[in-house]
Design a protein. Structure first.
Lengths: 545, 294, 307
């Protein structure tokens, strides 16, 4: 028997050795060769992409992982430069009517589908009509509501061909709007506005977004998809800007666990990560500091109050006390620590918009604490009669850390007894939407387009995602006026006024403004941080290494 | 030392004292038993020795390595919470889950098995058929569904885990009960007009205890592992309360930058599981009549 | 023999029905629906979605429809991965899980039986304690600790093996997941083998064989091993279940696209059909394998065959 074991052990060792390193360890070559800009022979980019994409049908997609991939597969009328600024996409130019209600796009003459057929205005018309058709089951169709009749079509009252979109000829597309919508061009980078190849649907039906079937008009085409493993894209040989596209293949890996992602990055199996585990930030900063890419991101992290029930219904003092007792410098400095910006207002820094905040934003924390204690007492609470509150958050390491930290601050400053309730995502959404048991919930919002309105509209009383149940006629009125205002400066002023109203009422506790966090290998060229955290892969290249 | 060969019990000793003699000679099992006792006492009184609480955060001592100077003997976690106290509190939860869930599974398993075995016939057939059906269920999956369904209340964790572990027990007990049923003293009781329920309680169950204790000792570590598995999936106890599983899971993610976060809870967990398994093996050697007869 | 097999197969049908019904109601009872997202849907879209996936029907009708489709081999469309049917997902996930699972089982059996036999031969001597102690470590360390440790050592520090994923499907990608999956089972198998081997070695027939002067190796391989493996064989069912369960963790950590990961993601996303599909599939698998185990048991233990 001993002998069997003795035979077995070397066998296992051999097996291990046989599976050992694929190539010999050679001294690391200088990245980018002698000049520092030399390109690698193999232009393959391997990207961590978070959760598995739900679908690659552009009109049904909703999550970030699928929009990352779709951005490479498809091209909307408007495109994005690496720095996030808007550039012509499938449309080479556009004209806007004086009242801001009619947009006329001219499609590129050389725009091509991946099968070589020309991309026409009719494909866009087909795509937009399909997106608002309730039969398509598009969950994001509401972003198209600024277009004439879109809302009525989604509600089933009108037929899709009554949408305010018209292909004047093969190369001219006209879009008519209900109100002047200054962010329309930004909106047209969204996957819901992408064209689809009509014969694709006729031939393959609803499940056309599969390798070997999908015809796309972006820089890449879909070549392989293994669910829960990866999506592989290859060059679209007919793409109009193919000459300037350097990456030949993009691999998107579905890795939902950031810790596992980091390990695969460190093992050189990924070139770019989707995120970073918060609890290893210090380590990453020390060991991989040069590869860490942190940039402001258009998102707001906050705690919401349930305003429909006591103790937070009609309790502005109490809400303010809780908001003031949070030491945001500790939260962003030591708990999250990636460079998040302490938030005292609702709208993250946005182009042309001045973020609002309350006066106490500039106080020292000790002063805030004192005022918070005063307001807390004024609201009728004391150490004998402490506030007992439940904080709801969804299962996630970062949310857990933030919630534990805030509970501990509330306890220390005010003596609030907090119980934490951690629910898995779907349960969390359900509890939050019912507004029955919830008292305080953690939330975050990432803007869909680079405009303050993307945030402002969330707190409108008619917005279904207004989870606090905030109702303010003044706020609603300011927002409605901003939506109709053709003058850009006046519109911004109205939105800023609305934010001041919101902060005075404080239906939410602003905590911090997001940053995007990625690790990028030193041989990846073309990485440009931008506020929407969107990175079209056609602008990347791999340096020799 | 040896479980089987050497010990010839003097006549007149009961099964239990007999087993105790055998067990006492098993040095590994006895050491394990003492360690378990020590561990239990430690998790109960240990937190009193520390000035810290399990949920108190200290922003100036975030991720502090173990240190005598600042009083954090096991170091602190990423929120500056004392890991000594948290490890002990985690131990309370893990041991409690182990004990209660095992008790639940024993309660269900013994009652079910004893009834099936004692009553026999068609009832037995039907009851065992049900067990067979349940065996085919991917139980871990059902636990995940249950946790998703009811949120993560600690009582639920006990019952969910207990409820999946009773099948083996039911089978073992049923087999034993079946053989005990034919024994003379049971016949005698029946002839004397004692009712079924009473016979099961007074005669069948006590005679099953040996098997049950061995099995229970081996179930506890399994249950503790299941709890840690749920913690890994984010379905464990609610923060700021914790369990060894939760602590180990957090620690495993910070292997390199804060190894102490893994070390102390993982050693406590592994040691406890180790001990339970050794005690279980020792008990089996001591209580299993087959082995002793050799 | 054939009658026995047919009986078992027919007996599996009610078991599966119970399983399906249970899973069907459990997943639907869970709070939150498959189409709940942070974005609130326009009512018309939500109604259409529910209609498209037949969620607007009454539960018994839904169950009936599910069973009817299942009888025709159709697991339905995945709610979460809208470009795939559940049948397609199982067809891609199962081979991956099967490969991991069978390799892990093989490794666990080889290591476990060797360790157990060795320990039994040197009962209560240092070798016994060392081997069993080492095996026991395997059960005492949860695999979500073991797996990242393996990755750290072999993928990041030594750079011998990949840290995750399927890669080109070659063997080096499965080494670490297989080890992480197998180690916890080694201890159980070793313990069972040791116990029964000790017993068999004491039994009259091995004693006789030894007394006749046959070398120990021959006695063990030719006479003792087969009967000693009986408990191990009956443990194969539970071991299989444990490996399937373990794969939920291991597939997650190593990013392996297997059924365990589908299940967890499916349960979290309320992908009703995917969860049902995996449960039904694994349920049938466990039933089938238990049947196989019984056959092997019959072969190993002649008493059962003739009895």
């Amino acid at each position: 028997m001993t002998r069997i074991l003795l035979i077995l052990l070397p066998a296992v060792a051999l097996w291990l050795a046989a599976c050992g390193p694929a190539e010999d360890a050679s001294p690391p070559a200088k990245i980018g060769g002698g000049s520092g800009t030399e390109r690698a022979a193999v232009q393959v980019l391997r990207v961590g992409n978070g959760a598995e994409p739900q679908t690659l049908d552009p009109h049904r997609a909703e999550g970030v992982p699928e929009s990352n991939i779709l951005r490479d597969l498809f091209e909307g009328l408007v495109g994005e430069a690496p720095d996030g600024s808007l550039v012509p996409g499938a449309a080479e130019s556009w004209a806007i009517s004086d009242d801001g209600l009619v947009y006329t796009f001219t499609i590129r003459a050389d725009a091509r589908w991946s099968n070589g057929e020309p991309v026409t205005a009719r494909d866009f018309e087909f795509g937009l009509r399909r997106a608002v058709d309730p039969a398509t089951l598009s969950v994001y169709s509401s972003v198209l509501f600024p277009i004439v009749n879109a809302e009525a079509i989604v509600d089933g009252e009108l037929s899709p061909d009554q949408l305010g979109v018209r292909a004047v000829d093969d190369r001219t597309l006209e879009i008519r709007l209900n109100d002047p919508t200054p962010y329309l061009l930004g909106l047209l980078t969204h996957s819901t506005t992408y064209p689809v190849y009509p014969p694709n649907l006729d031939e393959h039906g609803e499940r056309f977004a599969r390798p070997g079937k999908l015809v796309s008009n972006g820089a890449y085409q879909l070549s392989d998809w293994v669910v829960q493993s990866h999506v592989r894209l290859e060059r679209n040989p007919h793409y109009w800007d193919g000459a300037d596209t350097q990456i030949d293949e993009v691999w998107y890996y579905a890795i939902e666990n950031p810790d596992a992602e980091l390990k695969r990055y460190r093992a050189d199996e990924l070139d770019i990560t989707d995120g970073l585990p918060y609890n290893q930030l210090t380590w990453v900063r020390n060991e991989l500091g040069d590869e860490l890419e942190v940039a402001p991101w258009f998102g707001s992290y906050y705690f919401g109050f349930n305003l429909t029930k006591p103790p937070f219904k009609d309790a502005k003092d109490l809400r303010t006390a809780l908001a003031m007792a949070i030491d945001r410098d500790i939260l962003t400095g030591r708990v999250t620590g990636a460079g998040e910006i302490a938030a005292y207002g609702w709208v993250p820094p946005a182009a042309g918009y001045t973020g609002q905040q309350r006066g106490w934003a500039t106080w020292a924390q000790a002063e805030r604490n004192a005022e918070a204690q005063r307001l807390y007492a004024q609201a009728g609470y004391s150490s004998d009669n402490p506030l007992r509150v439940e904080v709801l958050y969804n299962t996630n390491e970062n949310h857990k850390r933030i919630s534990v930290a805030i509970a501990s601050m509330w306890k220390e400053v005010l003596g609030v007894e907090t119980s934490l309730v951690n629910q898995e995502w779907k349960v969390f959404l359900d509890t939050k939407n019912r507004k029955e048991d919830t008292q305080v919930f953690r939330a975050g919002w990432i803007g869909d387009y680079d405009d303050a309105y993307s945030f402002a509209q969330l707190m409108h009383s008619k917005n279904a995602q207004n989870d606090s149940g905030y109702v303010s006629p003044v706020y609603d009125d300011l927002l409605d006026r901003a939506a109709r205002e053709p003058d850009a400066a006046k519109r911004i002023a109205l939105l800023e006024e609305a934010e001041r109203v919101l902060l005075e009422d404080l239906p939410i506790i602003p905590i911090y403004f997001y940053v995007s966090k990625h690790l990028v290998k030193p041989w990846v060229g073309g990485w440009t941080p931008n506020v929407m955290d969107r990175h079209p892969k056609k602008d990347f290249y791999i340096l020799s290494h | 030392m040896n479980a089987g060969t050497g010990s010839v019990a003097p006549p007149g000793r009961s099964l239990w004292s007999d087993a105790w003699v055998v067990l006492r000679r098993n040095r590994a099992a006895m050491t394990a038993l003492c360690l378990l006792g020590g561990m239990t006492v430690l998790v109960l009184v240990g937190p009193l020795l520390s000035p810290f609480t399990y949920d108190g955060t200290d922003w100036d001592q975030i991720s502090s390595p173990p240190s005598l100077a600042n009083g954090h003997w096991f170091g602190t976690d990423g929120l500056g919470r004392d890991l000594f106290v948290r490890t002990l509190y985690g131990g309370r939860i893990s041991l409690l889950v182990g004990a209660v869930a095992t008790a639940v599974s024993l309660l269900i398993g013994i009652s079910y098995g004893a009834v099936a075995g004692y009553v026999g016939g068609r009832t037995d057939q039907v009851m065992m058929r049900i067990v067979d059906i349940l065996y085919a269920l991917p139980f871990m999956f059902l636990v995940i569904l249950l946790m998703v369904l009811f949120g993560r209340h600690i009582v639920l964790i006990f019952f969910a885990i207990g409820a999946i572990n009773w099948l083996d027990m039911a089978r073992i007990v049923r087999g034993q009960a079946l053989s005990l049923r034919g024994k003379e003293y049971v016949d005698a009781a029946r002839a004397a007009g004692v009712r079924g329920g009473r016979i099961i309680r007074r005669h069948i169950v006590p005679n099953l205890l040996g098997v049950v204790i061995v099995y229970a000792t081996l179930t506890v570590p399994q249950v503790i592992l299941v709890e840690s598995f749920l913690s890994f999936l984010g379905l464990g106890v609610q923060e700021p309360m914790t369990s060894w599983g939760a602590l180990v899971n957090e620690g495993a993610q910070e292997l390199e930058n804060a190894p102490w976060m893994l070390l102390f809870p993982a050693v406590s967990l592994a040691l406890t599981l180790f001990c339970f398994n050794f005690v279980g093996d020792g008990l089996r050697d001591a209580l299993d009549p087959r082995d002793r007869s050799a | 023999m054939l009658r026995f097999a047919i009986q078992r197969l027919l007996g599996a049908i009610p078991t599966l029905l119970v399983l399906i019904t249970l899973a069907f109601f459990l997943i639907r009872l869970a709070p939150g629906g498959p189409f709940d997202t942070e974005k609130t849907l326009p009512p018309e879209i939500e109604a259409n979605l529910r209609a498209a996936y037949n969620l607007d029907e009454s539960l018994p009708v839904q169950l009936g429809r599910y069973l009817w489709n299942l009888a025709q081999g159709d697991f339905g469309p995945s709610f979460q991965y809208r470009d795939f049917t559940v049948t397609e997902l199982i067809a891609t996930g199962f081979p991956v899980s099967l490969r991991l699972g069978s390799l892990a089982m093989a490794l666990a059996l080889v290591l476990g039986i060797s360790a157990g036999t060795l320990a039994a031969l040197r009962q209560n001597r240092p070798v016994d304690y060392t081997v069993m102690g080492a095996a026991m470590t395997g059960i005492s360390i949860p695999n979500f600790v073991l797996a990242p440790l393996l990755v750290l050592v072999f993928a990041i520090w030594l750079r011998w093996l990949p840290a995750g994923g399927l890669g080109d499907g070659s063997l080096r990608f499965v080494v670490l997941p297989v080890i992480a999956l197998a180690l916890p089972q080694v201890a159980y198998i070793a313990r069972l083998t040791r116990g029964s081997m000790i017993e068999v070695l004491r039994s009259p027939f091995t004693r006789t064989a030894r007394a006749q002067g046959l070398p120990t190796r021959t006695v063990i391989l030719r006479h003792a091993l087969k009967p000693a493996l009986l408990p191990v064989v009956s443990y194969l069912g539970p071991a299989l279940a444990a490996i399937i369960t373990g794969s939920v963790v291991v597939e997650q950590i190593f990013g392996v696209p297997g059924l365990g990961r589908f299940f967890v993601q499916g349960a979290l996303n309320r992908d009703y059909t995917l969860v049902m599909g995996v449960v039904v599939f694994y349920g049938s698998l466990i039933i089938a394998l238990n049947f196989l185990v019984d056959l092997v048991y019959g072969w190993l233990d002649p008493r059962l065959r003739h009895g």
